[in-house]
Write a protein that binds this ligand. Sequence first.
Ligand code: UDP
Ligand code: MG
Length: 305
Amino acid sequence: MDKLMSVVIPAFNEEAMVEKAAVAVAGVLKGANIPYELIFVDDGSRDGTWQAIERAHEKDAHVRGVSFSRNFGKDRAVFAGLSRVRGRCAAVMDCDLQHPPERLPEMYALWEQGYEVVEGVKADRGKESFFHKVCANGFYAVISRLAGLDMKRSSDFMVLDRKVVDTLLSLPEQEVFFRGLTAFVGFRRTELEFSVAERTAGKSKWSFKSLVRYAISSVTAFSTAPMQLATVFGVLFALAAVLTGILYAVLGSDPGGWLVFLGCLAVLGVAAILAGLGVAGYYIGRIYRQSLGRPRYIISRECGD
Ligand code: UDP
Ligand code: MG
């Protein structure tokens, strides 16, 4: 079992892709003589994903499955898969084959050479709308700046050494952000470029709303800088108020215009306070959810031993 590679594949409403992914990944690994197991995590799918995983298990005993009681999100599904890993290393990849399985043997070879994190980096971002690309670039710029994590080209397509898997599993946070945490834990790393393939069936699970939520959750997981925005606004408004006072003393004249100006400044100040409260509230929410100590996910069934 020394060289076993466990491949973790999160799947949400992927009934059309499970079988294809199982056959493609197993084919590549068999061809390269890499002992493997595939761990599909059904993230509370509402279609026949679980039945497809069971069928794949019947056809190939190397396939195992875990199913969530409801949708908990991709990152938690990845962590559930990692908790089931038996191999000396684990690969993580999408079920839609946008992460090319043909690259797994190269990643495995790099792991054998002693790299503990082999990260697939996107040579291009595949077919995405212009708007999506702009938002993604903005998000990566913010997170690189605030959290010091360079994730511009990073992806969830990775091979991790057992040590890294154990380290990730030992982290106590309930809201896990897989890509950020693999960057956070460090270890000997290398990159491998890959081109994002096109999805052949099913559709992307991301909506604009879920991407925004993901971006906010990711940034706040690694940085408390947004809370300092209130301090920045405080200083700016103090300066503006002092400047207004000085200008009025120097220029004087009709107080009516100045009152309107001051009124606007006051309303803006209140808006800044409310925004600051919102940001602080978001962090308090994170602390509250963490303090409840609820599980990251709930497993309803499993297959394969
Ligand atoms: N996924 C998941 N839970 C979710 C959303 C997505 O397990 O709540 C899985 C999905 O089945 C796929 C992978 O995460 O295997 C990537 O999702 P998707 O293809 O929708 O993302 P995109 O490639 O568009 O970024
Ligand atoms: Mg995809």
